[in-house]
Design a protein around this ligand. Structure first.
Ligand code: SF4
Ligand code: SF4
Length: 341
């Protein structure tokens, strides 16, 4: 059985930070580079954490970096390094980015392992290149059957378009006689789907993914309703662990059952915890800004190499602050790039 990539991440977050610190100092650049190809998205999910900040940004694409800048990043990441540098493509919706086809071709030509996250609605028309250029994993965001689309402000027909995209990927995989990309369904849990937890796993399994991730939300809201959702999530986690079907299922980030109410409904709870992400991961925004996370800009790929930013004083300073204070900033409260006690 193939592992769910998020279960590897859950395990990785629990490694001693010394492992990541040692790794960071011997690498030319990050182990994982997340490329946000665009902030544009053709959906407007009610729980989208990007939506509010996207609304504050200039209109999509006005300051996006050109393909030459993305190519320079990929050339850098293709340089020999052990373990090999990986790229994760995301957005917004990365399949809306004009540069997408050229980027995946280049990643394949330069043998850089890559994965992606998509809302799946444009997957059918890009399935051929995604399989041809050897994506390792495609994570498709889907939060339940069609009635959940309405509750999350997703347009009618979203579920059907995702299903068609998944079928196209499976069909082309079969024609090309390859197992890749593996398909992971990523389902955010919350008020939009907790009342259908009894059937949720069956709905998602019927789409024939290779693995399923149930993601805890990245926002914490106080109140009795949220406590009820946390309890339902706890029961759901137990039921899923008892069922253990053919498709590997992971809950992400890892939160203990006993702490679910705290996670979902107690904004004052900070979960004393560390974060190792800035020692193995950098993000490149559509305008070329590079950050370890949030708005902590280190510089811009239009002016600096990824290598220089990886060894910059700005990143060292950020890591020192994180070591001193722990993952306790507002952005850290329910960030999915760390473990929760
Ligand atoms: S598909 Fe993703 S980026 Fe687009 S609105 Fe929904 S959550 Fe946000
Ligand atoms: S927001 Fe906080 S927890 Fe998340 S990656 Fe950044 S430092 Fe780590």
């Amino acid at each position: 059985m193939m592992r769910n990539p998020k279960s590897s991440l859950n395990a990785g977050f629990r490694l001693p930070r010394a492992v990541f610190r040692a790794l960071a100092t011997v690498r030319k650049h990050p182990l994982v580079t997340v490329l946000y190809l665009t902030y544009a998205c053709n959906l407007g999910c009610s729980f989208c954490v990007q939506r509010r900040s996207r609304d504050r940004r200039p209109k999509p694409n006005t300051d996006d970096i050109p393909i030459e800048a993305w190519s320079r990043i990929i050339e850098e990441l293709a340089e020999p390094c052990l373990p090999r540098s990986r790229v994760h493509l995301t957005g917004g919706e990365p399949l809306l980015a004009e540069v997408f086809p050229r980027i995946v071709r280049l990643l394949w030509q330069r043998r850089v392992p890559w994965t992606m996250t998509t809302n799946g609605t444009l997957l059918e028309s890009h399935a051929e290149s995604i399989v041809q250029y050897c994506a390792r994993n495609v994570s498709v965001s889907i939060h339940g059957p069609p009635q959940v689309d309405a509750q999350t402000a997703r347009p009618k027909g979203t579920f059907a378009r995702i299903r068609a995209g998944l079928e196209a990927v499976r069909r082309i995989r079969a024609i090309r006689k390859t197992r890749f990309p593996r398909i992971t369904l990523n389902c955010v849990l919350g008020g939009h789907n907790y009342q259908i937890f009894d059937t949720l796993l069956d709905h998602l399994t019927s789409l024939e993914p290779d693995s399923i991730t149930f993601q805890h939300p990245s926002e914490v809201i106080a109140g009795a309703a949220q406590e009820e959702i946390a309890k339902a999530v706890g029961r759901f986690m137990l039921n899923v662990s008892i069922k253990r079907g053919a498709v590997p299922v992971t809950f992400f980030p890892r939160v203990r059952l006993a702490r679910l109410t705290q996670y979902y409904a107690d904004p004052s709870s900070r979960f004393a915890s560390t974060c190792s992400a800035p020692w193995f991961l950098l993000r490149v925004q559509p305008n070329g800004r590079v950050t370890p996370c949030g708005d902590n800009a280190l510089g811009n790929v239009m002016r600096s190499s990824l290598h220089d930013l990886w060894y910059s004083e700005a990143l060292s300073h950020f890591r020192r602050r994180l070591l001193r204070s722990g993952a306790q900033w507002k952005a850290c409260h329910r960030c999915c790039h760390r473990a929760y006690g």
